[in-house]
Design a protein around this ligand. Sequence first.
Ligand SMILES: [Zn+2]
Length: 302
Amino acid sequence: MVQHLSTKREGPTVLITANIHGDECTGLGVVIRLLNQLSAQLYCGDIWLFPSLNPQGLQRSMRVFPADGQDLNRVFPGEKKGRASQKHIYAIAGMITKIQPDLVLDLHTDSGSAIPYVLLDRAVQSKNKKLERSLLGFARASHLTPVWEYPLRAYLRFGLDKTLSGFVLNQLGVPSLTLEVGPRRRMDIASIAIMKEAVFGILARQGMLNIAFVPNHQPIAGVWTRTNGPLSKTGGVVFPSCEPGTILEKGMEIAVLYSVTGVELERFVAPERVLILAFPDQGWLQAHRSCATLAKEVHQEA
Ligand SMILES: [Zn+2]
């Protein structure tokens, strides 16, 4: 389940996890690439790699844990004698805690119609606020667009402190990032290259590589925070009005909802100035779902 690359030279311990959502395999592809390439390029420190935290989900192309249908990335730190998903996460949380990493990168994907971005967690306790602010430096080094999670109240309401990265930041007091790159359900080599480069950028910032790091990918300027998109009143065919990565001013059109016979049902517009992070993977949008994943700009750096 876990691989260890050690240089025997003093340096940071970085832990990289992937595929906790079984249908998100870009991160698994990145870990396979890292296992093949990194040992020759690692100068100091230790890297621990978890290629798949949900192998059964991977085999079935399922986001959740097949044994009980739970989202593994909402049950940290798990329970020793809970349901299957809680026991599974309890074991993983124990392994992460034992390794005592200095930094954790959890690799995810959003949708097939998304920009590459990096999510920054919220510190639940005020003693961890400085740690929260430190995340931006790591995120910048990834050259992905940095996006803060929802503000604290919504962060807790959505159970995001029970994600792997939320657990690492808030329970272990260790910086952690969630990288979101590529489509679900397939190995997209362009996305794997972008995400691998993002990992290399972060390792280079830590002084862990013996090669010069030259980024190819450039982030969208600014610092952003997740915000809710307009919800559909009814189900329908969602037709995006722009590409992901577009910045829309307030009132500009995000998407249009049609019936299956092509009749316009709803028009979704930007509630304020927003960046489109992703459109849904499916052509059909269920009722009361967001027509897009959005972020709004934050003017302070945290
Ligand atoms: Zn995911």
